[in-house]
Ligand binder design. Sequence first.
Ligand code: ARG
Length: 421
Amino acid sequence: MSSQSPSTTIRTASYEADPAQVHRVLLLYSGGLDTSVMLKWIGDEYGAEVVCLTVNLGQPAEDYGVIEGKALKLGALECHIVDARAEFAEQYVLPAIKANALYGGGYPLFTALGRPLIAKLAVDYARLTGCDTIAHGCTGKGNDQVRIEATIATLAPELKVIAPVRSWQMGREEEIAYAREHGIPIKGASEEGAPYSIDDNLWGRSSEGRWIEDLDHAPEDDVFQLVTRPEAAPAEPRHLELTFERGVPVALDGERLGLVELIERAAEIAAGHGVGIVDHIEDRIVGLKVRDIYEAPAAAVILPAHQELERLVSTIHQNQFKPELDRQWAYLVYAGLWWEPLRGDLDAYMERVNEQVTGTIGMKLYKGHARVVTRSSPNAVYDAALASFAESGGLFSQTASPGFIELWSLQSRMAWRLRNE
Ligand code: ARG
């Protein structure tokens, strides 16, 4: 094994651990190969105790009992399993809904929203269990290291960080060899080659690696584990109604649901109709441009429904302005700056606008598409009588229009003439 000894590791950031001071480590444990190897490796390399933390953010089909058993069997002092679904939905996903949050035009930020919460919980549990250091399984090439370490360094300057995958210089084959050597069970047939790199929670699922790295390789069917392929979706469309109160999704098809349940239900319905697939080229914050395959069925119906309702209750001026702030919000969160005060400043604006966002949006789901088809709101800045093609009087005076056009176009007309005469 060609691992670099921690004592020779060059530390470049203030929060990186001095190996001599690593005694008890809080490991963010997923049960996968990287973090299982890490559990053993930290014990061997640092002579440190390891406390594991696994956070449930609603990743489907996860068996937390198995993860806990594996951690303890591999020598963890303790393994804490935390169900953070409600906190994730209410404190992280909900602000994203109010900000119509999409990065790069297509990524609903599920991983980016989850990381600051996971790292915050790591800080809480590290303090609770007397750990001096937090370890995570992120590589040195991704955004997740930024999100996790920025959170720890912000919330807990007294805690240090180690990121073994960044320093141990083991490839996948060496990790598997290390696992075999140390009796770490390897899930799935490792001989088949590297699996996709997956991250998921209740707001979506991402796949990276393998053929996804070939930009001219169209998606293979086996990558889709959440969303039904559109061509295999039912031939009958599904009408779905989402009701919002002050920007919060509160009911689905007229049935009031808590946010976690509503998101899960929306995901199931949309996924069944092939809705929520995004094949995304993305500018990572560390400079790389990469491709991700996303499956985000809940976001693919809740975000457009919210945005539609918000546009209906907002004025032309608000509708011109808010997308700029939405974009800035998504960028900050993508970039790992969840705790940056500007995010809070923007949230204050989002909250204020969302006070009006009450009503119901109907969508038609059909073979991979979700389209808004009905809208209703007590706060709609809309008057059918005014907008109608039928003759109207009252507030709208058509005879006032020419005067408006004369003044509205005045500067533009003058400028055009200056350039063209
Ligand atoms: N590209 C997305 C992001 O930066 C998804 C990352 C998924 N993370 C992972 N460790 N597989 O948020």
